[in-house]
Ligand binder design. Structure first.
Ligand SMILES: O=C(CO)[C@@H](O)[C@H](O)COP(=O)(O)O
Ligand SMILES: [Co+2]
Length: 226
């Protein structure tokens, strides 16, 4: 049976009590934590850095933490995130001058590496790197903010990547990020996603456990009717 993972995006969490909020979302059923890093340069918003990641790790956060780097990816910043406890670092090809070098840097430092594609970023980068990466992230909104609407064209792109992975017999997770709600998660799953990054739909709800349960109930339909 296919295993789906739900990765709450802490961009929508309460930063005044981040540790507790993150612990709460994990207790409520979140499988991994999606840590959105923005530098007000690559994207027009500013969020959190390695120090916050280190504090979360020390706050007894035991699930994998996936750093979604929407920032100009310097070697130093990447190494700081790895030292602070990142399990995955996901980079955007446009944010690094030397994609292959950055992938090697992350892997050589014993961290898993993901590559992220914005809605209009072509998938051709994958031709040269698909064999060395651990995760593919497809953005279904333009990066920078939570609470945006899912871009419908993304379903076509998800299907395309799923077919490519099947054709090449490559078994790495396909993560989708942006605008995921209870009403569209099943379509996204049927298109080929494995990991669902969900921000506002979880953190803006009054009961995280109930909301995550509602997402899982939709995902159960994947196995029932196809
Ligand atoms: O990386 C990003 C936005 O740039 C995301 O991870 C969002 O934080 C997802 O939030 P929702 O669209 O689910 O509200
Ligand atoms: Co993200």
């Amino acid at each position: 049976m296919k295993k789906f993972l739900i990765a709450p995006s802490i961009l929508s969490a309460n930063f005044a009590c981040l540790g507790e909020d993150v612990q709460n979302v994990i207790k409520s059923g979140g499988d991994m934590i999606h840590f959105d890093v923005m530098d007000n340069y690559y994207v027009p918003n500013l969020t959190i850095g390695p120090k916050v990641l280190e504090s979360l790790r020390n706050y007894n956060i035991t699930v994998p933490i996936d750093v979604h780097l929407m920032a100009k990816s310097t070697d130093r910043l990447i190494l700081d995130f790895i030292r602070s406890g990142a399990d995955y670092i996901t980079i955007h090809p446009e944010s690094t001058e030397h994609l292959d070098h950055t992938i090697n840097l992350i892997k050589d430092n014993d961290c898993q590496v993901g590559v992220a594609f914005n809605p209009a970023t072509p998938l051709c980068y994958l031709d040269y790197i698909i064999d060395k990466i651990d995760l593919i992230l497809l953005m279904s909104v333009n990066p920078g903010f939570s609470g945006q609407n899912f871009i419908k064209n993304s379903l076509k792109k998800i299907r395309k990547v799923r077919k490519l992975l099947e054709r090449k017999n490559i078994n790495i997770p396909l993560q989708v990020d942006g605008g995921i709600k209870v009403k569209n998660i099943l379509d996204i799953a049927r298109s080929g996603a494995d990991i669902f990054v969900i921000g506002s739909a979880i953190f803006n709800s009054s009961n995280y456990a109930q909301t995550i349960m509602n997402f899982r109930k939709e995902l159960i339909k994947f196995h029932n009717i196809k």
